[in-house]
Structures are given as C-alpha cells and as structure tokens.
Design a protein around this ligand. Structure first.
Ligand code: HEC
Length: 135
C-alpha cells in the first residue's frame, strides 16, 4: 500500500517535471512560432535595406554588382574562393566585398548588420538545396 502511494507521488513528480513549460526544448506554442517568424522577417527586411545601401566609404552598394541576393549563392558556402585562395564561409565573402568593392570596414560575426545581411541573403535562396563547396 505505502509502495503504491510512493509510486503515485513519484509518477506525479516526473509528470510535472516533463510538462512544466520551459523544461522541454522542442515544445513551441503557435504564438512562439508566429512571434519568432515576425522577429526574423524584421531582420530579413533590415538586411534587404542594407544590401541596397552604401555601407562602405564610397557610394557603392551590394546591389550594383549583385542586383538582388538570389545570385550570391549562399548555399555553396563554405567553399574555396578564388579571391581569397582558401575555403571560407559566406560571412568571409561578405566581408571581402565590404572591404574591397565597397572600401569599407569588415563586420564582426555578431554585428547585427552582418546577421541581417546573412538573413536576407539566405532567405532569398530558401528551399535551394545546400551544395557546400560547389562552383
Ligand atoms: C563592385 C562589385 C561588387 C560589389 C559592390 C559587391 N560585390 Fe559581392 N562579389 C563581387 C565579386 C567580384 C565576387 C566574386 C565572384 C563570385 O564568386 O561571384 C562577389 C561575390 C559575392 C558573394 C559570393 C557569390 C558566390 O557565388 O560565391 C557574396 C555572398 C557577395 N559577393 C555578397 C556581397 C555583399 C553582401 C555586398 C555588399 C556589402 C557585395 N557583395 C558587394 C563583387 C561585388
């Protein structure tokens, strides 16, 4: 009898632990998903704005050479980039363009402008199969 009560309390505690909000990493509410998609789209739009702005020391913007981000092939990174001569990530290529054609400063990985540019560039190619290393 005492064993039964103990087991009951134990199961209740395990149940509480499993279903307490925040203890399960893979449980998202519809409201969470909607909010995160909206937050993400704000960043994508900021990236699009930056892509069409002069970010360096001359009046050059990304869209002068890449009319939109769909022809920047983010799905092929990391890959060997001729200009740099080794395997680099997408962010390194963005920094190469910032430094060279735009005569500007490189952006740190956690610079919100870099995150926005990456978000816009990859969003434009959503659904395209990943092909790292491809030329
Ligand atoms: C004066 C022209 C020019 C401007 C302006 C320019 N780029 Fe580039 N970009 C290049 C060249 C040249 C390459 C290397 C050739 C290639 O691989 O397509 C390149 C490659 C890239 C790639 C990789 C493309 C691929 O297919 O591998 C990305 C991503 C990119 N640029 C992003 C940007 C961003 C972001 C900006 C603005 C901050 C920018 N570029 C501005 C000339 C430019």
């Amino acid at each position: 009898m005492a064993k039964g009560i103990f087991l009951g309390i134990f199961s209740l505690l395990v149940g509480l632990l499993l279903f307490t909000p925040g203890t399960r990493a893979d449980e998202f509410t519809e409201a969470d998903l909607k909010k995160w998609q909206e937050d993400f789209q704000v960043v994508v739009q900021e990236g699009e704005r930056l892509f069409h702005s002069a970010l360096g020391s001359n009046a050059v913007s990304c869209d002068m050479c890449h009319p939109n981000a769909t022809n920047t092939h983010p799905e092929t990174y990391p890959k060997v980039q001729k200009q740099i001569g080794k395997v680099i990530g997408l962010r390194d290529m963005i920094n190469w363009c910032l430094k060279n054609p735009l005569k500007g400063e490189e952006m740190a990985a956690d610079d919100p402008r870099m995150v926005a540019l990456e978000a816009y560039i990859t969003w434009e190619r959503r659904g395209v199969a990943l092909e790292p290393g491809k030329h």
